[in-house]
Design a protein around this ligand. Structure first.
Ligand SMILES: [Mg+2]
Length: 450
């Protein structure tokens, strides 16, 4: 296609009416909200064992250098004062529902991207003439109902809206008017552009392309030679702010996954197992971004002769535990009976569940089922707290002392804080579980009503 045609922006809307909303350090912010003693303190949410990985770091922990996707042991060393907490997906889902409901008041066209992130098309709602007003109002309402900060970016395209909400973080609102688009886009590093992953960024770096301005100077044929036909065309357009993707409410997501085509076919048990690991890493990253767990794990294998087959493993219950999902991916790949050279490997997660912790994801190989189905008429009782099922951050309740959360349990000694979203911060206290049994309970939904 001819470059002039590709660069044709005439199909773009003329007003900045695509809104991107993204809660700030969402999991950690929910924990600080529900656990008043942690407000203003560094918090790390993720796997709490020796091989755990950080899902979200609070801004206080980020100042010390902790980041999501970093190993928890490294994050702990960087931020030794941080509270390290086990994820509570049920609580995050409850907050997410409020955020999405508020965004839904702006327009019928809301496209959730993950548990705490969505595009909204303001052209389809009552705020097409006042995008900044809509954003200010919805941020205030979300803060009022959830106590959470949501950063919002607004632009003519999804690309600009997403980059603007990133640029506005934390707790920011940035409207990029069409006339200001180049001034905003051109100085940005190409790595900031969604869709430009590390491999593409490295290929561009070899062309001395580091910013969007550098990218715009590249002729189309150089880009397609460097990163392939379709990626090259995409880059050419993104560099000019051209992104005609509509905001598309897609309903429930059915699956998330990743696949990889190898530059050279691979063979041999060890190489294939290592490749399954790498593809699973990427699939798990997307599952985490989606926010939840999965029950079925599918491995897809394409052989050198292009025959393709898939094999799946279904777990007894949905899981968000990386080790368990990874083991299932390996099992599914082995079930494919690979005896030939492999050209492509894929791993995907299906039967997705918003509340993944029907098995609480542990850090060891064991998986201890804790939850039972929630009865319709009240909160589920998850059982008595023990050293085996204790994980830092889980909700507990004491007969007379009320609600709180687990700091840690050693033997029959439980360290807990009796505090929740609307109480003052509480000191930690040690209870003897034989004298003071504690119940594991689901997160409180009530402050989110209304
Ligand atoms: Mg976020």
């Amino acid at each position: 296609m001819d470059p002039a045609q590709l660069a044709d922006a005439s199909r773009l809307r003329t007003r900045a009416t695509v809104l991107h909303a993204d809660a700030d350090s969402f999991f950690a912010a929910v924990e600080q909200r529900d656990k008043p003693s942690l407000r203003g303190r560094p918090v790390l949410v993720g796997g709490t064992g020796p091989r755990g990985v950080v899902s979200t770091a609070s801004y206080e922990a980020r100042r010390a250098g902790a980041r999501s996707a970093m190993s928890m042991s490294r994050a702990r060393r960087l931020s030794p004062a941080a509270a390290v907490l086990f994820p509570r997906f049920e609580a995050y889902s409850a907050y997410s529902r409020v955020i999405m409901a508020e965004l839904g008041t702006l327009s019928e066209l809301v496209e959730p991207l993950s548990i705490d992130e969505a595009f909204v098309d303001l052209e389809a709602g009552p705020f097409a003439d006042d995008p900044a007003g809509a954003a200010t109002e919805v941020r205030a309402r979300i803060r009022e109902r959830t106590g959470l900060a949501v950063s919002i970016g607004i632009g003519r395209t999804k690309l600009v809206a997403k980059l603007a909400s990133d640029a506005g973080k934390p707790d920011g609102l940035l409207v990029v008017e069409p006339a200001d688009e180049d001034g905003f886009l051109l100085p940005l590093p190409v790595r900031a552009v969604p869709g430009i992953g590390p491999a593409t960024a490295a290929a561009l770096e070899r062309l001395d392309v580091r910013t969007v301005a550098d990218l715009r100077r590249q002729p189309l044929d150089i880009l397609t030679m460097t990163v392939g036909e379709s990626s090259g065309v995409n880059l050419f357009r993104l560099a000019r702010g051209i992104d005609p993707r509509p905001v598309a409410p897609s309903g429930e997501r059915k699956s998330v996954g990743a696949e990889r085509t190898f530059a050279q076919d691979i063979f041999g048990t060890d190489l294939i197992a290592a490749a399954v690991d790498r593809v699973t890493d990427e699939a798990l990253r997307r599952l985490t971004a989606h926010g939840g767990g999965a029950r079925t794990v599918v491995a897809k294998v394409r052989f050198a002769d292009f025959t393709t087959l898939t094999r799946s493993v279904t777990l007894p219950q949905p899981s968000a535990e990386p080790a368990e999902l990874r083991a299932a991916a390996h099992q599914a790949a082995r079930a494919a009976g690979i005896s030939d050279s492999v050209r492509l490997l894929g791993v995907s997660f299906h039967n997705l569940s918003a509340h993944a912790q029907l098995t609480l994801p542990w850090d060891s190989e064991e998986t201890v089922p804790v939850a039972v189905d929630e009865p319709a008429d009240g909160p589920a009782m998850l059982g008595l707290l023990t050293e085996q099922n204790a994980r830092p951050g889980l909700d507990i309740e004491h007969e007379s002392l009320g609600r709180g959360w687990v700091v840690h349990v050693r033997g029959r000694q439980a360290t807990v804080r009796f505090e929740s979203v609307d109480t003052p911060p509480a000191r930690s206290q040690v209870l003897d579980l034989d004298a003071d049994p504690l119940l594991l309970v689901p997160p409180l939904p009530r402050t989110l009503d209304g």
